[in-house]
Design a protein around this ligand. Structure first.
Ligand code: HEM
Length: 480
């Protein structure tokens, strides 16, 4: 028995050694051809360098993962491996520019297995023709001039949410921010206001979020399989809403009766003149709801947390008080008011610099090319990582300091500040997110003062960005 155990152990050790040896020569030095590949280490078999990548982020020093390797291998590019997937990391604004500006020329968007399966049948896995159609339908709806007409609706929905759920002295912000995000998405994308329907959609949403960072093992009972099931359920629920709405849309005069995204999509046709299919519409709206859910809610949480920790930042919100004082009873915010919220947006930008909810995404090389004297072969996975530039003193002096004035004037070096990514795959929800964050901030800072119930509570990447205890706040109404 002992002998077999010994034999097994030897095999495992040999396998590990051969893997490490292989990965080091592949990324290392001897054969002339291979020297030109970026240097680095692929770490351990299967897990690669995942643990260090995740633990540095969880400890609040994500830039350490990059700095250590920049110092060891090369200041601009190195190889690593996450969850067994070899990855080349680009760490400067030039690297970001290269990835963002060469979509479908040198690289294309690449999503890890978890995302592909959860988004299956959605935009992530459709053909490029369908992707272009998605852009055609979604982009006009999410542009600033199109979003202007939603300011009043978003303001009214925000006031209602704060009145209904936040007026209770002590609150747990993270779940409330998620519910608020979904409430607004349902209102703007689907024209749905019924809290019961929203509650029904929220359950699968929470499971989907967990699935993005779970091990991709699709066996009954795993977090991942629950997320895949939940994504199917959510699409079905959205499709049901679509079917009911199609009945009420007046197709005769081709005018959408309402202004929400669904109404517009119901009028959208394919190139052959056919109306879009319900399942297709459901996939696209599903993508937007999921895209908005975690990112905007955690951004709100991070902003509220920063304001609780730094009262001097809160004191700068004079513009919000002035806007509130200029309003008559019951008068809602206007687009003109949003344009006055410059300091508030600078605060949000600084929070997104230090706590980007999406710290990076991936691309895959679609052809061989050279970068900084290294060969990037076709098929290589590439990773841009916001912390590599956001926390670098090369781009942001005294990077740990919270300083919203960084975003005044011409702002940061192009491609160094990338919380929404860049290029053709840049987040299509950026303007919608900006509007929502500003409208929420206006209402929150003019309605409440607040303090943390657990002053030591932190916002961490675990592995998604979240407050360790949900962010408990004590709220003090300003005009009780
Ligand atoms: C503070 C809030 C948000 C942040 C920080 C954020 C960040 C990002 C980032 C970094 C990407 C990847 C970009 C790239 O790979 O170059 C992305 C993609 C995406 N985001 Fe956002 N996002 C936010 C809010 C939203 C909202 C509100 C929506 C929907 C209304 C949305 C929908 C999407 C979609 C559909 C994609 C995929 C685009 C594609 O693959 O072409 N996001 N987002």
């Amino acid at each position: 028995m002992e002998f077999f155990l010994y034999l097994l152990l030897s095999f495992v050790t040999l396998y590990c050694l051969s893997y490490i040896f292989k990965s080091r020569t592949a990324t290392g030095s001897d054969a002339a051809d291979k020297v030109r590949l970026p240097l680095g280490s692929r770490g351990w078999p299967l897990i690669g360098e995942t643990l260090e990548y995740l633990s540095t982020a969880k400890e609040g020093v994500p830039e350490k993962f990059v700095t250590d390797r920049r110092n060891k291998y090369n200041p601009k590019v190195f190889q690593t491996s996450f969850a067994g997937e070899p990855m080349t990391m680009l760490c400067t604004h030039e690297g970001n520019k290269l990835l963002f500006s060469n979509e479908n020329k040198l690289v294309r968007s690449y999503w890890p297995r978890n995302f592909v399966r959860i988004f299956a049948n959605s935009e992530k896995t459709t053909t490029s023709e369908e992707s272009i159609r998605l852009q055609k339908v979604i982009s006009p709806f999410l542009k600033p001039d199109a979003l202007q007409r939603y300011v009043g609706i978003m303001d009214a929905a925000t006031k209602q949410h704060l009145q209904r759920y936040w007026n209770h002295g002590e609150v747990k912000v993270h779940p409330l921010a998620k519910n608020y995000t979904l409430t607004l998405a349902c209102r703007i994308f689907l024209d749905v206001e019924d809290p019961e329907i929203i509650a029904r959609l929220e359950k699968p949403m929470l499971q989907i979020s967990n699935g993005f960072v779970a091990l991709p093992i699709n066996l009954p009972g795993t977090i991942y399989s629950r997320a895949v099931r939940a994504s199917k359920q959510l699409r079905k629920d959205v499709e049901q809403i679509i079917k009911q709405r199609r009945i009420s849309v007046n197709l005769e005069n081709r005018e959408p009766p309402k202004q929400d995204l669904l109404s517009q999509m119901l009028m959208e046709t394919y190139t052959d003149g056919q109306l879009m299919e319900d399942s297709d519409i459901a996939n696209k709206i599903f993508g937007l709801i999921v895209g908005a859910f975690d990112n905007t809610s955690t951004t709100l949480v991070s902003i509220i947390n920063c304001l609780a920790e730094m009262p001097q930042v809160y004191d700068g919100f004079l513009e919000q008080m002035e806007i509130a004082n200029s309003k008559g009873a019951g008068e809602l915010l206007s687009w003109g008011d949003i344009r006055k919220m410059r300091y508030s947006w600078n605060v949000a930008c600084e929070v997104l610099r230090l706590f980007p909810p999406v710290p990076g995404t991936f691309r895959v090389a679609i052809t061989d090319f050279m970068y900084e004297g290294f060969r990037i072969p076709e098929g290589f996975k590439l990773h841009w990582y916001a912390f590599a530039t956001h926390k670098s003193p090369e781009y942001f002096s005294d990077p740990e300091k919270f300083d919203p004035s960084r975003f005044e004037g011409s702002g940061p070096v192009p491609f160094s500040y990338v919380p929404f990514g860049g290029g053709p795959r840049m987040c299509p929800g950026k303007e919608y997110a900006r509007l929502k964050i500003l409208i929420f901030l206006h209402n929150f800072v003019t309605k409440f003062r607040w303090e943390k119930v657990f002053p030591e509570e932190k916002i961490v990447y675990d592995p998604l960005l979240k407050p360790t205890k949900g962010l408990h706040l004590r709220l003090y109404p300003l005009n009780p």
